[in-house]
Design a protein around this ligand. Structure first.
Ligand SMILES: [Mg+2]
Length: 334
């Protein structure tokens, strides 16, 4: 495991809270409905704790978080608070990972996969704002993903996939998502059930490539997805490893078998290859035909190649104080 010298450096700064000169940036998705005034709460706690006036920047359809996060870094923000859904969190994290600057989450909207995995309250934005300033710190892994050998890597925090899972994300109706939350994915899931398996080649940790005919291949940085379903049992967000899962239902009842396995959280003791798991630091997947790609639920269009690489401990997170959460191996930093 890499050392985490950077977090300690900033904790020292943190212990001087109240001395002024520190500044938070709030990056907020204005279309997410919330009952509390997030900006007001950030301004209030900034003032109470002796921080400078916060920088407040809204995301837009054209720039869902990257430009705003870079702006916050350029402005020298000590803490960047991402208030929004999974898309906002992912885009902000993409810029902050590796920067040493601390990030915090204020979950708004329906998904909030990272927050759920870390047991950050998703229904109490007020508490989340307070934790952003006064909570404890952790470093978590992020996973870099390169799609179709593009020059720029993306980042995901919870899970990414190629195939059926991504087809669901790209086909999920936004109007339904607003009405019924994660059940909207079930609707898209059922509509996308029929389909042919794709012929893929997979290599794990640079090892010998193997072939699989599958519907979906997913990388996980932590375990839980929509509805609290734990699809990567025992996955940890700071163990320097990602979990790769292949989904290859056989025949008409194959999906039932897959669902059964997922719901009983059995990584599968049987020889049934409909679900396979690999733990690794890097992975590469090539498909003969283009398949839909998703990162933390954001559809990215179709691609034939995906390369994954874990970047251990590269994102510093401010978390609520208290108990040890299930997605994390290490104790909170002091
Ligand atoms: Mg892990």
């Amino acid at each position: 495991m890499p050392t985490d010298a950077t977090p300690e450096a900033t904790i020292d700064q943190g212990s001087e809270a109240g001395s002024g000169g520190r500044r938070a940036a709030l990056i907020i998705n204005p279309i997410k409905a919330t009952t509390i005034d997030v900006e007001g709460a950030v301004r209030r706690i900034s003032a109470e704790d002796g921080w400078d006036e916060p920088l407040v920047i809204e995301t837009t359809e054209d720039d869902p978080g990257h430009g705003q996060a870079r702006q916050a870094l350029d402005a020298g923000a000590d803490l960047v608070i991402a208030a929004g859904g999974d898309g906002t969190v992912r885009c902000v994290a993409e810029e902050l990972a590796g920067s040493g600057t601390m990030m915090a989450l204020v979950p708004l909207g329906t998904g909030n996969l990272l927050a759920r995995n870390l047991d950050i309250a998703v229904d109490d934005p007020d508490a989340a704002v307070e934790a952003a300033f006064r909570g404890t710190e952790r470093s978590i892994d992020v996973v870099h993903v390169t799609v179709d050998r593009a020059q720029d890597a993306h980042v995901f925090l919870v899970m990414a996939g190629l195939g059926y899972d991504a087809a669901i994300m790209s086909d999920t109706r936004d109007d339904l998502k607003d009405k019924v939350g994660w059940l909207a994915y079930v609707d898209a899931g059922i509509r996308n059930l029929p389909g042919r398996p794709a012929r893929t080649t997979i290599s794990v940790d640079g090892g010998k490539p193997f072939e699989r005919r599958l519907r979906s291949v997913m990388g996980g940085n932590c375990g839980k997805i929509m509805g609290g379903l734990e699809i990567f049992p025992g996955a940890r967000i700071d163990d320097g490893r990602m979990d790769l899962m292949t989904v290859a239902p056989k025949g008409k009842l194959g999906w039932l078998a897959v669902a059964g396995k997922l719901f009983v959280k059995g990584k599968g003791s049987s020889k049934d290859p409909s679900l396979e798991y690999f733990q690794c630091r890097t992975a590469e997947v090539t498909s003969r035909e283009p398949l839909e790609v998703q990162l933390d639920g954001d559809p990215l269009g179709k691609a034939r190649h995906m390369a994954f690489e874990v970047k251990p401990d590269s994102l510093r997170l401010r978390m609520p104080l208290g108990y040890k959460d299930p997605a994390v191996v290490s104790e909170p930093l002091p």
